[in-house]
Design a binder for this molecule. Sequence first.
Ligand code: DI6
Ligand code: FE
Length: 408
Amino acid sequence: MNPANEYPSADGLWTGLRLATDAGVEAAIAVTDGMIRWVGARDALPAEFASLVPHDGGGALVTPGLVDCHTHLVYGGQRANEFAMRLAGATYEEVAKAGGGIVSSVRATREADEDTLFAEAAPRLAQLLADGVCAIEIKSGYGLSLEHERKQLRVARRLGDAYGVTVRTTFLGAHALPPEYAGRSGDYIDLVCDQMLPALAAEGLVDAVDVFCERIAFSLEETEQVFKAAKALGLPVKLHAEQLSDMGGAALAARYGALSCDHIEHLSAEGIEAMRQSGTVAVLLPGAYYTLRDTHLPPIEALRAAGVPMAVSTDHNPGTSPALSLLLMMNMACTLFRLTVPEALAGVTVHAARALGLSSTHGVIAEGMPANFVLWNVRDAAELAYWFGQRPVRSVVRRGRIAVGAAV
Ligand code: DI6
Ligand code: FE
């Protein structure tokens, strides 16, 4: 299956557009060889682009292609049973301690072969893409052995090829302690650092390295050991930091120049200052906050005051965020976290791209960048966050191809 082969070229002159930043003026975008050659007010279009094949945007609002910068999209099975347990009163930590949680997805992922994992993840990816996603991060972390982590990362790469979407793979071998290492956390981290990560990096399967730094996962010292191994291989790091408690993970990650710190409900003032200094993106994950019925808000006002860029992502995973709509996450980021609409839009575009090290190719509509943009059937950019359960996509141009919507 390779749907990307079917997408028509987006080369040509796109007119009848309104930019979210300047919606009162008709805008145009010139695309050749899949690249944006020019963007601006239609009236100012250079003559050299006037004869390109026309694409009529019909007055649509246009935004950069969305970027989902934190997902655990590839896994076996699902965990609706835990949803029921939580409804009956169990907490996430209690579910994990009862043998559920991440480890139950590890069992199902290990049992599934590569084709099965691909077939299960593909419709989930298709849902996200239908919302205008043009780049996505996919983490490993449900294999927890070289063989099974490799399987997940290979599926992530295959999904990118099949759907013509930019996929950044993140190695999250330090997600949970596999059952066969019970009581031997140090030995497992040695395996992650000395064998799994170097082997998978050598196979070109790792774009970044992540750790779940938490009471129910790995300590600060273990996190630093993984970061050192990543740095030795020249790989950028990111961190699941301060989700359930303040472990000091964000400050550590910032010392290693992390691309992002994610979750951060319990982020301290020191953590914010360290992230500000290192230019680390704060990735907000309202789907997990909502699912876990968390009440401890991330320190949005302090992040805003410090000028730390805030991204918004689905955190799609079978346990704490079975979310398949980045637009819904924009809504939740506004409603639950009190982001403004422009902040939420920047959170799923320019800042999300930065959280993946993709600032030169994604997150903005600019000359010289690959054509990744979305046409929306809305009057006002606020509608992208206002509706929920609505998908006002008119067309998605992804990697220079019209991936969603009729050719116009
Ligand atoms: N934080 C999360 O949100 C996911 N992993 C993590 O470290 C949850 C993963 C799961 O419950 O399966
Ligand atoms: Fe996560």
